[in-house]
Every structure is written in structure tokens, then in C-alpha cells.
Design a protein. Sequence first.
Length: 71
Amino acid sequence: MTPTDYISRKVKRIRKKFAGLSLDDICKALKIRLRYEPLGNSDEDCKGYYIVQSRIQLIVINDELPDMLKR
């Protein structure tokens, strides 16, 4: 299984489990910190990333993305 396959499966399970909840609510339930930061607005710029440091999970999403992609 490739890392992309693993991530895709994990995302599908989470989306099924938390169907109908917003990203903020899902992160609260999973105890993951969520931040929006400006990361650029061209097609080639980073859309977001996930990091774990000292057992603290953090998702950073590009604040300059269209609302459709932020979901």
C-alpha cells in the first residue's frame, strides 16, 4: 500500500464517521489543532500540511484558498 492509498483510506473512514460535521468540529473531536495561514495563492503553492510535534497534532490550511477547497 502506498502512502497516498493509506491517506485516502484514512480520510474516507474519518469522513464517514463524522459525516455532516464541519472541519472545525472534526478537529475538536480528534483533538487536532487547526490553523489558517497565508501560504500563497498560485496553483503551485501549498494548500496545507499536517505536522506532529511533541505529541501535538496540527493541521495548517492555506487561508488564501477558495472556500470550496478549504472544506
